[in-house]
Design a protein around this ligand. Structure first.
Ligand SMILES: Nc1nc2c(ncn2[C@@H]2O[C@H](COP(=O)(O)OP(=O)(O)OP(=O)(O)O)[C@@H](O)[C@H]2O)c(=O)[nH]1
Ligand SMILES: [Mg+2]
Length: 483
């Protein structure tokens, strides 16, 4: 991915985050970030994969001659009339830099392209270079200086062209060089017209230029001695330009810095991560208690056991109980989110009154009725029948005791068996009634709780999950732009 594609993707992610977050981002932060991103967008639209190099210097130092020498073209005007260059001239190595040159204010007629295809490999190292020949900075024409001042901040590399006569020129040092302390990495000084200096004086001259730069506060600025006329040092100069081309362009660095600012600003608007959502079972417990579900279930159980009892109706859920359950459930979520997200969460989760009404409506649909055990009824009937039969057999046997008695000798055993059977059935019936009571009570509790749980899920959990999902999406978009 080129720098430009990478930066564009990051800006897009931030713009989507701002759009998705809406009023959950502070409008003041959004305003600042939006302005910043618009600026980055503009830069990106111009293309950041170009390296802008400006030739700066006094009139007659040889900027236009160097422009021609480096580009191997005779495009810039070189003249005897001073100052010669009044309009910026540009040479672009490969690629379309139209938008960039428009933005830099380079006239349509003052642009030329190096067709690297025709040059084989010789121009490849300069691919992406935009070389600008500027008017003189110390001009008697005030608008020349204005052009220079406008363009200097846009250049990735400033090439200061000095000549052996005027390299100590005060306007150059106090007007420009001394203001560039700290920007040594993006500047180069070219001592042009070196062909006019005798060999033995050249090293001393270069040292003198370096000494003046150091006096300006500029250390380690490369000084290249060249001649635009005979080509001395042009290879070294082109190598210096190739190094600048290989580095990241100023526009890309600035765009990345702008994106960094936006990320830092938006980081304050999202949480580090989403809090984990608690289950709603605590809310269900509170609401069930508030509606009186446990006592209703107990009454249903008792009635199902056969106890004479009236089953109370489920009560209306008190507003404050719902309010308490709601805020207790929301508290850990609200506490873990930035204020605006927390407010949105609170607004999107149903209000207490709505939850209360929904719980009441849901509970009205729960079947609340006692049901006796049919097994218990059958066992009770069987116990009665066996008891009657047992008593009859025993009575028959007692009535015949006065006689010979022998013909009913089986009666005591059978009567006892029938009575034992009756007792067993009666005990079984009691156990069946207890089991039925327990079962019905539990069923009622379960049905009621499930009705409340549906409401809590729909009115609390679902909207909360939705807000947290949106928070995650926005947070991840901001994180995408960070890397
Ligand atoms: N001997 C010699 N003369 C040079 C060299 N470079 C430029 N000149 C001459 O210096 C004069 C000025 O050159 P330009 O290239 O027009 O200088 P410039 O810096 O563009 O000047 P402005 O456009 O007025 O700012 C011309 O006559 C060039 O031929 C060089 O390396 N050696
Ligand atoms: Mg010129």
């Amino acid at each position: 991915m080129s720098d430009e594609q990478d930066l564009t993707a990051r800006v897009d992610a931030l713009e989507r985050a701002v759009e998705r977050a809406g009023d959950r981002f502070d409008p003041a932060v959004v305003a600042t970030v939006t302005t910043g991103l618009t600026g980055v967008h503009e830069r990106l639209a111009l293309g950041v994969d170009h390296t802008v190099v400006a030739l700066v210097g006094g009139t007659g130092s040889g900027k236009s001659s160097l422009f021609n020498s480096v580009s191997k073209l005779q495009f810039a005007d070189v003249g005897v009339k001073r100052p010669t260059t009044s309009q910026v001239t540009a040479c672009v190595w490969g690629g379309d830099a139209g938008a960039l040159l428009d933005w830099l204010g380079v006239d349509g007629g003052r642009r030329i392209e190096r067709e690297s295809a025709l040059d084989g490999d010789t121009e490849v190292a300069l691919r992406g270079l935009v070389l600008l020949d500027l008017p003189d900075h110390d001009s008697i024409e005030p608008e020349h200086r204005a052009v220079v001042d406008r363009l200097l901040p846009q250049a990735d590399l400033l090439v200061f062209v000095v000549d052996p006569q005027k390299y100590a020129d005060d306007a150059l040092h106090t007007g420009y060089l001394q203001h560039l302390v700290g920007h040594e990495a993006s500047m180069l000084v070219v001592l042009n017209q070196i062909d006019t200096v005798p060999f033995e004086q050249r090293d001393g001259l270069i040292e003198d230029v370096s000494r003046l730069l150091a006096a300006d506060g500029l250390v380690d600025v490369p000084v290249v001695a060249v001649s635009a006329v005979n080509g001395t040092g042009i290879t070294e100069l082109r190598a210096g330009l190739a190094t600048a081309v290989a580095g990241r362009s100023l526009a890309a660095t600035r765009a990345a810095a702008g994106i960094g600012d936006a990320v830092r600003a938006l980081d304050t608007q999202v949480g580090e991560r989403e809090p984990s959502v608690l289950s709603v079972s605590g809310v269900v417990d509170t609401l069930a208690d508030a509606a009186g579900l446990p006592s209703v279930a107990a009454a249903v159980g008792a009635a199902s056991r056969g106890k004479e009892t009236t089953i109370p109706a489920l009560g209306a859920v008190q507003g404050h109980a719902v309010g308490q359950a709601r805020s207790a459930w929301l508290a850990p979520l609200v506490g873990a989110l930035p204020a605006r997200w927390a407010r949105d969460l609170d607004a999107r989760v149903a209000p207490s009154e709505q939850i209360g009404a929904a719980v009441q409506e849901a509970l009205a649909g729960v079947r609340i009725a006692a049901r006796r055990s049919t097994a218990a009824v059958a066992l009770t009937v069987a116990a009665a029948v066996l008891a009657v039969l047992g008593i009859m057999v025993v009575a028959l046997w007692v009535g015949t005791l006065a006689g010979d008695g022998d013909s009913y000798a089986w009666a005591p055993a059978v009567g006892a068996m029938l009575l034992v059977g009756a007792v067993a059935c009666w005990l079984g019936a009691a156990a069946a009634r207890r089991a039925a009571g327990r079962r019905r009570g539990e069923q009622t509790l379960r049905a009621g709780r499930s009705a409340i749980e549906d409401v809590a899920q729909r009115l609390l959990m679902d909207p909360a999950q939705e807000v947290l999902g949106e928070h995650r999406e926005v947070r991840e978009l901001v994180a995408t732009a960070r890397t």
